[in-house]
Design a protein around this ligand. Structure first.
Ligand code: SAM
Length: 195
């Protein structure tokens, strides 16, 4: 299977569970998984080990978990690019997300196969993890809160664990401003959106 074929298969399989939640959830999943290079990079680099306890902070509608599950199914069916390492097996994903609507979509799509909680990562317990993923989340909070979250991530991580962190670049201009402005307001776990 070529990389282009694998990406098409992954995008199709990972977005399919969101169909019952409506057109928005499904189109959002397809668009994000198609355009964001981090998802493909995870498989190219083989960063996530088998059996990892993966904590996804600010997980949105759970796309990372959907992506990992889709990879397992495609691999089991014998379709995987020869130049990529095998995808990680038996990863347990725990996602924490502030927006109730996202958590509901994640649970509707993947509930039972992964764990999603509606909570504020500035306060939620992290437990212990082998991999912590924080993609495009930290820039929504002030520096003191970022520092506190990262200290707690370090305490939660296994000594040989891995933090995958991506932050917004305030110097990126209009694109970044649009992304910040897009951040949702409604239903943040029953409390007001922190600014
Ligand atoms: C740009 S989205 C990224 C979603 C996901 N990490 C991804 O890459 O697909 C940022 C997410 O962080 C969540 N978020 C922001 N502040 C949060 C907080 N304090 N606690 C939990 N989630 C938070 C937002 O609700 C939003 O779903």
């Amino acid at each position: 299977m070529s990389i282009a074929q694998a990406r098409r298969a992954l995008i199709g399989r990972a977005s399919a569970p969101y169909r019952p939640s409506g057109r928005f959830a499904w189109h959002f999943a397809r668009g994000k998984l198609s355009r964001d290079p981090v998802f493909t990079a995870l498989f190219e680099r083989g960063w996530i080990p088998n059996g990892a306890r993966l904590l996804d902070l600010g997980c949105g509608q759970g796309l990372l978990a959907a992506w990992l599950m889709a990879a397992t199914r495609i691999w089991e069916q014998g379709g995987w690019p020869a130049m990529w390492p095998a995808p990680p097996k038996s990863v347990h994903v725990r996602g924490i997300e502030l927006m109730l609507a996202d958590v509901e979509r994640a649970n509707a799509a993947l509930g039972g196969s992964a764990q999603f909680e509606c909570a504020d990562i500035r306060e939620a317990g992290f437990g212990s993890a082998d991999v912590v993923v924080i993609l495009d989340v930290l820039h929504y909070m002030d520096y003191a809160a970022q520092d506190s979250v990262l200290r707690r991530v370090r305490a939660a991580l296994d000594p040989r664990g891995l933090l995958l962190l991506r932050v917004g670049n305030a110097a990126a201009g209009l694109l970044q401003s649009l992304q910040s402005a897009r951040n949702p307001e409604p239903e943040p776990c029953g409390r007001s959106w922190p600014r």
